[in-house]
Design a protein around this ligand. Structure first.
Ligand SMILES: *[C@@H]1O[C@H](CO)[C@@H](O)[C@H](O)[C@H]1NC(C)=O
Ligand SMILES: *[C@@H]1O[C@H](CO)[C@@H](O)[C@H](O)[C@H]1NC(C)=O
Ligand SMILES: *[C@@H]1O[C@H](CO)[C@@H](O)[C@H](O)[C@H]1NC(C)=O
Length: 301
């Protein structure tokens, strides 16, 4: 499966991200003393998915996923929590229900928001063609908004998390086997991502957090060539260039709005600091970069 995911990666990145997400999020309401219910809507991939993939097709429903939390496989591509869970916890709410697991729309199941993220997806069609890309995920949300499932006050006090960890790129590499077209693809990916987040903003959501891309060269599939001793410098470089372009676009988007709506979540530095990689002398990283539990090239590690 074309799922960029590694259990330890998700765990550490999520932990390190907490402080970043904290700035400016969620505190204002509490300070005002008002009882504003917080709602979280989530779009994206396996870094945020909490169980949208069908049990019949996804390894995320098999051990060792879920062994540290919730104690058994739960459809998360992690041994424990994913980004969504940490952000929900920071907001003081329960992790929103995965869209596909909603049996009905009763107020209890959707009161903390809805998670539309599907592991393996990107902004474009990825190798997992049968899973909804980000556009389709936003369409699901649109349908609910059109049905007035959420009141406009709820929407305007809600937060969106948009996770894009690189499945568009891994799909390209799997199809073409070379880096050649990546710079061009990067521009299209970010253009499409910008269209997507604009759409989310049009629901009057006032805070939208968008992930940068993690250091792709440190994922097991890419560090395998060095026997997990080093992150692949070229791929890390690519991640950085994606992130620079993304941040420029986020800056431009915020420039259009009276108050900044969009927030960049720095997965790259979160990984680097959690792995304690000294970028100048990387040394022997074998223990940190090895997949925890098999998976030939680390896809399912
Ligand atoms: C998203 O998926 C839909 C349905 O498969 C497809 O028609 C559409 O072109 C895709 N969007 C993008 C931006 O690739
Ligand atoms: C990283 O990218 C810069 C320019 O974008 C280039 O000059 C440099 O050689 C690249 N380094 C590696 C290791 O690919
Ligand atoms: C790197 O560390 C691993 C695990 O500690 C060890 O097995 C391996 O021999 C080391 N490799 C080098 C080149 O030092």
């Amino acid at each position: 499966m074309a799922i960029i995911s590694s259990s330890f990666c998700i765990l550490i990145s999520s932990l390190a991200l907490l402080s970043t997400v904290g700035e400016g999020y969620g505190d204002e309401e509490t300070r005002k003393g008002g009882e504003v219910k917080k709602v979280l809507f989530v779009f994206g991939d396996s870094y945020a998915d909490t169980g949208n993939l069908p049990t019949s097709v996804s390894r995320s429903w098999k051990s060792p996923y879920g062994i540290t939390f919730p104690g058994k496989p739960s459809g998360r591509f992690s041994d424990g929590r994913v980004l969504t869970d940490y952000i929900a916890s920071f907001l003081g709410i329960r992790s929103p229900f995965p869209y596909r697991r909603l049996k009905n729309l009763n107020t209890n199941t959707i009161r903390y928001g809805i998670n539309f993220a599907h592991g393996g997806t990107g902004v474009f069609q990825t190798l997992q063609v049968d899973q909804p890309n980000m556009t389709a995920q936003i369409d699901f949300f649109q349908q609910l908004v059109d049905k007035n499932v959420y009141r406009s006050e709820e929407l305007s006090s809600s937060i969106a998390l948009v996770s894009l960890a690189g499945n568009d790129y891994s799909t390209y590499l799997a199809r073409h086997g070379s880096f050649q077209g990546l710079p061009e693809l990067k521009r299209s990916v970010i253009e499409q991502l910008v269209l997507n987040v604009r759409r989310i903003k049009d629901f009057e959501i006032k805070k939208i957090a968008i992930t940068g891309i993690e250091p792709l060269g440190c994922l097991p599939r890419n560090s395998a060539a060095s026997s997990y001793r080093n992150c692949n410098a070229e791929e890390n470089n690519f991640s950085q260039s994606h992130n620079i372009l993304l941040q420029q676009h986020i800056w431009a988007l915020n420039y259009e709005t009276a108050a900044p709506v969009f927030k960049y979540l720095d997965l790259y530095d979160a990984f680097i600091s959690a792995l304690k990689i000294d970028q100048k002398s990387p040394g022997n990283l074998t223990d940190k970069l090895k997949p925890c539990c098999g998976g030939a090239k680390g896809e399912d590690a």
